[in-house]
Design a protein around this ligand. Structure first.
Ligand SMILES: Nc1ncnc2c1ncn2[C@@H]1O[C@H](COP(=O)(O)OP(=O)(O)OP(=O)(O)O)[C@@H](O)[C@H]1O
Length: 859
């Protein structure tokens, strides 16, 4: 069998490099270049598809690979789409399901994901159901009569969701599928999270393997396979296990251009709340975020401290009972609690699109954990932060946990150790582009030039030089102390080198007259630097460590150090030890050098000499070439207290035009309606919007002024009552209309039929051009404080409560922000906003517009 890997032209607005596709041979499989085959807009369904895109989903253009994947599956081919999280995989089966005759079967791994998706579809009036829970109490189950109809091979549902377990264990479901096929009503199988098929994937599920029988039972039904990540091994497993003979493969970069990656130094966990609350208050005071902790205890401690410092947060971990967990998750999903402080127990089935930051308050367990957990940020495509707070001591904690785990055999422990080593080098690395390191781990090449300074290392490189400083002599002192004091703990090593804590050292017999390197460092090497050096010596196997009290998992267990197998090569001068340090790039001629490593900001007027330049460049080049050779196994260490905080806003002010913190979020762009509307008021409104958006200043000032006004509580409560009243009176009967009724509601039945076969006529049905705006980081801060945005959020959450769904099922926060900026004054303007489809506009537009008009009149 072979994959046919298309090289498809991009049709979206994302970064070009993101869309670049290779046409290389993969695993000696032949790939065709079907650009001409699937990227065109001249298929019989092309106009209909474009119309549905606009009318149902409120979207004006396809993203990378969406169009070719849609065309490919509609042509009846088996299609494998690998697209990063938040890339828009769902659309590639929703649109075809509305166009194809019959029903699309979606196999999805989790009931919670299925239920979430069914709520989305319900709000779009797309007929969908699930056969996974057939009890009558289930909100998602079809009725008895509907099941009977399905058994006859007929159904009005366009989508049926089912878990793999159910499809494997229910004879009735197989019978339904067979009868749907017989009657020509089985459109396609969609297998979501298809990497679960493979034991090499991160979420292997045995029931996915059994899905191999589907191709045997339904050889003519096309498969659409979806995942965010698949290594070559996983891809091969997918095609073999699912028994696909010919399958078109669409891949693209896993790069999430809208995520900002950063590693920050952490001093002590008990004070981490100070750093985190400062960050949250500054950047995301009213946005959602997740903070991951290593243990339940850490979650509780951090949460208590965050609440004390005024952050709206709650905990989620396996130690809480299921009701408590559900309560906090709902509160977070519906924007009542802003931040969730959780262990990795939180995450599976989390679909909230507008998570603006994911913070690891301690080192993640592995690269996979980092990618998966931070990947929950920015699923709506808007900019989001992914920050790891790192302290070398965290690794000691993790190693200890791995070592104690009673369930793990030696091999698992070794693999955990390797994984930990990799993530440690990532955290310690202050040179290489973080995007590059992450993507290389996923087996993808990435040129850091495309990072556009959206990771701390690239950002730092633009203002700092990195130089390698020789620490061979200090390292010899480390080894000397360890040689003289066998099995010594880290605290004692540091005290001896610093010459502090003399009384404690005396008790142990460690005195200056006995130990040659006693007090050599005095105050010249801060503890952070000694930690880095210790880590480096361990990596180089100059020293080694061992856990004491292995049978106990309490705080008394600790590591002791002894000389490693490479100690002699250091002592006899064969081996040199260097650590990268950073210094601010000097301006021409009279720059200032800041030695960030020594923690003493020594400001010297010292222009860089030719030789220094040479060294810097050599090191940079060397690091580059090492990089390509070693892949992610970079062992460069660093420890710089540097963050986006200090650079972010000021530089984006200076350099606004060039900034690209995310493909779709860097600057405000508008596409103003091309529909000729003679109405003078409307034109006036359009102009207002156009001016506001294009000037990029009017809006911000306006928002800023308003946000500084403190709101009168009485007014606010009255407003809330009016909102509730509006929702009470809202006519929800529109939900009984199908998507087709709404799409064609300007036409009578005859024309409806005609229009389906006449794409031109379809195009003429009111489908306004979309206004596309993106919100940059500064605007985001302003808009989250905007009273209108807050009102719209309340309106949305009240409405969600009434409809028994989550706020984001109605409108996500990023869309609400855009609505608050554009302030649509009528239904047409409301529907013109990118992300608002006709169905949602018809259902709730009036309510939202009324709220906005009332607000604009008052202000
Ligand atoms: N062409 C498009 N233009 C604008 N927004 C889009 C487009 N396609 C999808 N989206 C939006 O992108 C967001 C993410 O889409 P979706 O949930 O399908 O991502 P996904 O690839 O399935 O991610 P995950 O792997 O996390 O499930 C949704 O809010 C969706 O409405």
């Amino acid at each position: 069998m072979s994959y046919f890997k298309p090289n498809v032209q991009t049709t979206n607005q994302t970064n070009n490099q993101n869309s670049s596709m290779k046409t290389v041979n993969e695993n000696n499989l032949k790939f065709l270049d079907p650009t001409d085959l699937f990227s065109k807009n001249n298929y019989p369904w092309s106009s209909q598809s474009k119309l549905l895109l606009n009318a149902i989903f409120g979207i004006s253009s396809y993203r990378t690979n969406q169009l070719p994947a849609i065309n490919c599956t509609l042509c009846g081919n088996d299609t494998f789409l690998i697209m990063p999280t938040g890339g828009g995989k769902t659309l590639t089966y929703l649109l075809p399901s509305l166009i194809s005759k019959g029903t699309t079967i979606v196999i999805s791994p989790l009931l919670s994901l299925i239920e979430d998706q069914l709520r989305v579809l319900k709000n779009l009036n797309i007929p969908a159901t699930s056969l996974s829970v057939l009890s009558s109490s289930s909100l998602t189950a079809p009725s008895y009569e509907e099941i009977m109809e399905m058994k006859q091979g007929r159904t009005t549902y366009k989508l049926i969701y089912v878990t793999p377990e159910k499809i494997n264990n229910s004879q009735m479901i197989v019978q339904i599928l067979e009868n749907l096929q017989k009657k020509g009503n089985l459109a396609r199988f969609v297998i979501d999270e298809v990497h679960c098929v493979s034991q090499w994937g991160h979420d292997f599920r045995p029931d996915y393997i059994k899905l191999g029988k589907l191709k045997r039972l339904f050889p003519k039904i096309p498969f659409l396979l979806l995942t965010a990540t698949a290594t070559t091994k996983v891809k091969n497993d997918v095609k073999t296990i699912l028994q696909l003979e010919k399958c078109y493969l669409f891949t693209q970069s896993s790069n999430r251009t809208n995520l900002l990656y950063e590693v920050r130094q952490k001093k002590q966990f008990k004070n981490i709340h100070i750093q985190i609350s400062k960050f949250v208050k500054k950047f995301y005071p009213n946005d959602s975020g997740i903070i991951y902790c290593l243990s339940r205890r850490d979650c509780e401690l951090l949460n208590t401290n965050l609440v004390k410092s005024g952050i709206s947060s709650g905990t989620y971990h396996a130690g809480m009972d299921i009701n408590q967990r559900k309560k906090i998750q709902d509160s977070w999903t519906n924007d009542k609690t802003r931040v969730i402080v959780a262990t990795i127990a939180f995450g599976v089935g989390i679909n909230k699109p507008d998570v603006r930051f994911v913070i690891h308050s301690s080192i993640p367990k592995s690269f996979e954990n980092l990618i998966q957990e931070s990947g929950r940020a920015g699923r709506d495509g808007e900019q989001a932060h992914c920050i790891v707070y790192y302290n070398p001591n965290d690794t000691v904690r993790l190693r200890r946990l791995f070592q104690y785990s009673a369930y793990q055999n030696t091999q698992t422990q070794l693999s955990n150790k390797k994984k930990l080593d990799l993530i440690v080098s990532y955290c310690e690395n202050i040179i290489d582009c973080r995007r590059k390191l992450l993507l290389e781990y996923l087996g993808e090449e990435f040129d850091p030039i495309h990072c556009n300074k959206t990771c701390d290392n690239c950002k730092r490189q633009s203002i700092h030089d990195i130089i390698q400083k020789d620490y061979t002599e200090p390292s010899k002192h480390f080894v000397s102390v360890i040689k003289q004091c066998p099995s010594i703990s880290k605290t004692y090593i540091f005290s001896i080198l610093h010459g502090t804590d003399i009384e404690r050292l005396k008790i142990k017999g460690y005195t200056s007259n006995k130990i040659t390197s006693f007090g050599v460092f005095k105050t010249s090497y801060p503890k952070e630097l000694l930690e880095r050096l210790l880590q480096k010596l361990l990596e180089e196997e100059i020293i080694s460590k061992q856990l004491i009290n292995v049978e106990r998992i309490d705080r008394k267990s600790y590591f002791v150090y002894s000389v490693g197998k490479n100690a002699d090569s250091l002592l006899n001068g064969q081996k040199k030890i260097t650590l990268p340090i950073t210094r601010i790039k000097r301006k021409e001629k009279s720059g200032f050098q800041i030695d960030t490593n020594s923690k003493i900001l020594s400001i010297k007027k010292q222009p860089q000499t030719k030789d220094q330049n040479l060294i810097t460049n050599n090191i940079k080049n060397k690091s580059k070439s090492n990089n390509t050779q070693q892949n992610t196994k970079s062992t460069l260490t660093g420890g710089l207290n540097w963050s986006f905080d200090s650079q972010f806003l000021s530089s984006s002010n200076r350099d606004r035009k060039r900034k690209h913190f995310g493909s779709r979020s860097s600057e405000i762009k508008t596409i103003i309606s091309t529909n000729e509307n003679k109405n003078k008021n409307k034109n006036q409104n359009d102009n207002n919007i156009k001016n506001n958006v294009n000037s990029n200043v009017v809006n911000l000032n306006e928002i800023q002024n308003k946000s500084t006004k403190t709101e009168n509580t009485q007014d606010f409560n009255e407003e809330l009552l009016t909102i509730r009243e509006m929702i009470e009176n809202l006519d929800l009967s529109i939900s009984s209309k199908t998507y087709e009724d709404l799409l064609f509601d300007n036409l009578n039945k005859e024309n409806k039929q005609q229009s389906i076969s006449n794409n031109n006529l379809l195009e003429n049905i009111n489908s306004p051009s979309k206004k596309i705006i993106s919100i940059n980081p500064e605007q985001n801060i302003q808009i989250t404080k905007d009273p209108l945005y807050k009102k719209l959020q309340i309106l949305c959450s009240e409405l969600a409560q009434k409809l028994n769904c989550s706020s984001y099922h109605i409108f996500g926060n990023s869309l609400l922000k855009k609505i608050a900026i554009l302030k649509p004054q009528n239904l047409l303007e409301f529907q013109q906003i990118e992300g608002v489809g006709k169905i949602k506009a018809l259902r709730w537009g009036e309510t939202f517009v009324t709220c906005i008009k009332k607000y604009t009149k008052k202000n």
